[in-house]
Design a protein around this ligand. Structure first.
Ligand SMILES: [Zn+2]
Length: 417
C-alpha cells in the first residue's frame, strides 16, 4: 500500500516570503524540530546562494553525526546545469535536490518572453537531472512550477521524461493556489497512474484551500498507486497567502472522516512536538499564530458559550475532535513576571551565567563559559531578539558547529578599513 510522507519547506518557501526571514541558527533549530516531529525531509535552503553555504554544510554535518537523523535535507534550485554546478561547487556533500522550472504556457510565455518553448523546457529539465545525478545526488525531484495551469498532456510528458532521465519524484506545484480538491485529486491520480512515480503536492492558500488540496492531491496519488509527498510549512507561512500548514495537514489526514484508516503516513509522526515547534516558529519569524489556527491557535480548545462549555465539561468529545495533549499542549508555561535577565549581543559573563544556570547548564571552566558567551553574542547579532532555551542549549552542546553556522564572509575580500 502506498504511503504519505511530509516534506516541510519552511526553510525555503517560508523564508523566501516577503517580510519574513530567519537567522541560520533559527533555520537549524527548525530542522531539529522537524526531525523530532517525524517529518521525512526538510527543504532546508538554497545551495546556490553563497550566504547559505556554511549553514547548509553544517546541517549536513549534523546529519552525518546522527544529530539530524533520520530527516533528509534537500536543497531547492532552478533546473539548469549552471545551478547544479554551482550547488556542488558550494555544497559538495548535498544528496537531495529539487530542480524547479515553469511548465505552464502562461509562465513559459510570460517569463521567458519568447526565448523558450515547451521543447526547451523539457531539454533544460533533462540536462539538469542528468547533471545532478552525475555529481552524486541520490534523490532528485523535478518540479513543475505552475503545474495546475499546465496542459495535462505536457505535464505528463514532462514528468515521464524526467523519470526516464533519473528523477526520483515529480513535484506538482499549485503555485498560485488555483486548484480545488476535486481537480487536484483527478490530475494527480492520472499522473501517478501514468508515470508510475512518487508525486509531491506543493499547494498554496490563495483561495483558502492549501490544506484541502494537499490532502485531496495525496489521496489521488495513493489511489493512483504511488507514494505521496506533501509539502508543508510550520504555521502555514509561505509566499502570499502561504503554504499548507504542517499541523493542519497532519490533523486532517489523521482525524478527518474516513481518512485515517485508508491513507497512512510512511513514518511515525510525533504530533506531541507540534506545540513547542509552532510556538518557536512564531517567535523566531515574529509572526503571531492566528487565534483560530487548527490545533495550536489560542482558541483551538477554548469554549465560552453556555451550551458548548457545558458539553465539553461533560465530555470533551462533545465539542473537540482531538485532545489537546496530542499536540503537546496542556503543560504549564513559566512566564517571568519580575526581574528578567536575557541573552543579547552585548551580554556579559555574569548575566550569561545566570541565564544558563537557570537552565541547569554548567561549564567546565571559565574559558569554556567565555567561548559559549561569545557565540551567544554573535547568534544575537543575527537573531536580533533574545535566544530561547533550546537555542542556548544547542550552542552550549555544539559550539564548533555553531561557530561555522555563524560565520558569514561576503565577497571573499576583506574590507579596507
Ligand atoms: Zn511555493
Amino acid at each position: 500500500m502506498s504511503k504519505i510522507y511530509l516534506i516541510d519547506v519552511t526553510n525555503r518557501d517560508g523564508v523566501q516570503t516577503a517580510k519574513l526571514g530567519l537567522s541560520k541558527l533559527a533555520k537549524t533549530m527548525i530542522n531539529m524540530y522537524l526531525n523530532e516531529m517525524g517529518v521525512y525531509q526538510s527543504e532546508f535552503g538554497f545551495p546556490t546562494t553563497r550566504h547559505e553555504s556554511n549553514y547548509l554544510r553544517v546541517n549536513l554535518k549534523l546529519a552525518e553525526m546522527g544529530v539530524l537523523h533520520p530527516i533528509r535535507l534537500g536543497g531547492w534550485i532552478r533546473a539548469t546545469v549552471e545551478d547544479v554546478e554551482q550547488t556542488f561547487n558550494l555544497v559538495p556533500e548535498i544528496k537531495d535536490l529539487s530542480l524547479s522550472i515553469s511548465t505552464s504556457s502562461q509562465m513559459i510565455t510570460g517569463k521567458f518572453l519568447g526565448r523558450k518553448n515547451e521543447e526547451d523546457i523539457l531539454m533544460m529539465a533533462i540536462e539538469a537531472i542528468e547533471a545532478a545525478k552525475a555529481h552524486g545526488a541520490e534523490k532528485v525531484g523535478i518540479n513543475a512550477e505552475d503545474a495546475s495551469r499546465t496542459d495535462p498532456d505536457f505535464l505528463l510528458r514532462f514528468a515521464s521524461l524526467g523519470k526516464e532521465h533519473g528523477a526520483d519524484r515529480f513535484r506538482y506545484c499549485d503555485t498560485l493556489g488555483y486548484d480545488n480538491p476535486f481537480t487536484i485529486y483527478e490530475t494527480c491520480k492520472m499522473l501517478a497512474k501514468e508515470t508510475a512515480m512518487p508525486i509531491e503536492l506543493h499547494c498554496h492558500g490563495d483561495l483558502g484551500m492549501a490544506v484541502a488540496n494537499s490532502v485531496a492531491g495525496a489521496m489521488g496519488v495513493i489511489d493512483g498507486g504511488q507514494d505521496a509527498y506533501i509539502n508543508t510549512t510550520i504555521n502555514g507561512v509561505g509566499e502570499r497567502a502561504g503554504n499548507a500548514d504542517l499541523v493542519a495537514v497532519i490533523l486532517a489526514l489523521k482525524k478527518s472522516k474516513g481518512l485515517g484508516n485508508k491513507y497512512k503516513f510512511g513514518v511515525p509522526i510525533r504530533l506531541s512536538k507540534a506545540w513547542k515547534m509552532c510556538k518557536y516558529a512564531s517567535y523566531t519569524f515574529s509572526v503571531p499564530i492566528p487565534i483560530n489556527q487548527p490545533g495550536v491557535g489560542a482558541n483551538a480548545f477554548a469554549h465560552a458559550s453556555g451550551i458548548h462549555a457545558d458539553g465539553v465539561l461533560k465530555d470533551p468529545e462533545n465539542y473537540e475532535l482531538y485532545d489537546l495533549k496530542e499536540l503537546g499542549r496542556g503543560e504549564p508555561e513559566l512566564v517571568e513576571t519580575g526581574r528578567e535577565i536575557s541573552s543579547g549581543e552585548y551580554s556579559g559573563i555574569n548575566g550569561f551565567g545566570h541565564v544558563m544556570g537557570k537552565m541547569a547548564i554548567e561549564f567546565a571552566n571559565q574559558e569554556e563559559a567565555e567561548k559559549i558567551l561569545e557565540l551567544v553574542r554573535y547568534a544575537n547579532v543575527l537573531a536580533q531578539q533574545p535566544l530561547v532555551a533550546d537555542e542556548l542549549r544547542f550552542i552550549a552542546e555544539y559550539p564548533d558547529i555553531v561557530r561555522d553556522l555563524l560565520t558569514l564572509t561576503p565577497l571573499n575580500e576583506p574590507a579596507h578599513l
